[in-house]
Design a binder for this molecule. Sequence first.
Ligand code: MN
Length: 322
Amino acid sequence: MLQQREIDDLCAFIKARDGFTIIAHMSPDGDTLGSSLALLWLLRKLGKQAEAVCADPAPSMYAFLPLAGEVLLPSKAAGYENVIAVDCADKARLGKAVDLFEAATATYNIDHHPTNDAYARHNAVDPSAAATGELIYRLAQSLCVQIEADFASCLYAALMTDTGNFAYSNTTGETMRIAGDLLDAGADGYGLNLRIYRSTSLERLRLLQLAIANIRLYREGAVGITSLSRAEIEESGAHDEDTEGVVDCVRDIESVEIAIFIKENGSNGWKISLRSKLMADVGAIAAQMGGGGHARAAGYSARGDLIAVWADALRRAEEALA
Ligand SMILES: [Mn+2]
């Protein structure tokens, strides 16, 4: 857990300055968006000038989050002198927003990824936190800001998505205590659950149907792999973001310890998502391949034909099980 002194340093940084550009990571998820929007709300509550920036547009499932309409593409950003990166494990995760980071006079890195390489001038990194949202919550507490419903919903979404709806092994008592406080402050927990977890299109189900048909099991079912080509994604009529969750489908198979989903990105480019259930460290596999993540959830990119990428991922998974 982050020392209170480290949270106090972050408070002092914010109090002493004005003009903040918050940067969420590329291909944004619920934690980076919810945490960035909550931080934007917090800074404005303190009377500070602030903006939130992301290299990629937010997926439509997060468009209903309070302040979500204010997330700017890097080209539209004012670029304030103080930059705070949120939930970004390394500089590359800033994507095109990296120019704003490089141009800043002061930089802060608030994150919870164990692979974080402390790339900013100031770093507040806590791998024991289930979500970066937990750190933003502690920041609000330390700044003595009375939290309101909008802030609470953004942070609840951050915690909810990084813990798989408060179900993954990273969910701690602290996570639940914070979530409880957020509900008391007016977070729309049920509404967020409906929108994020219980809402799907028929096209997405058709996409899952294709992904499920492609599943192959190895090592007495301990390794499960599937893939989706561009053609299959297009055939289903689903959006690219609908591939989120495919890897979890594979992991849910009873015998599977390591689940792998290989998605075609562009010409001969593949994005590999990894999950493990109990023992295997898939973060280590991703790190070998220049990717990142945690022991239970990680990812990397690869080039080449599908057969080679598949065989390589299988070999690494087998090694991780050994
Ligand atoms: Mn996160």
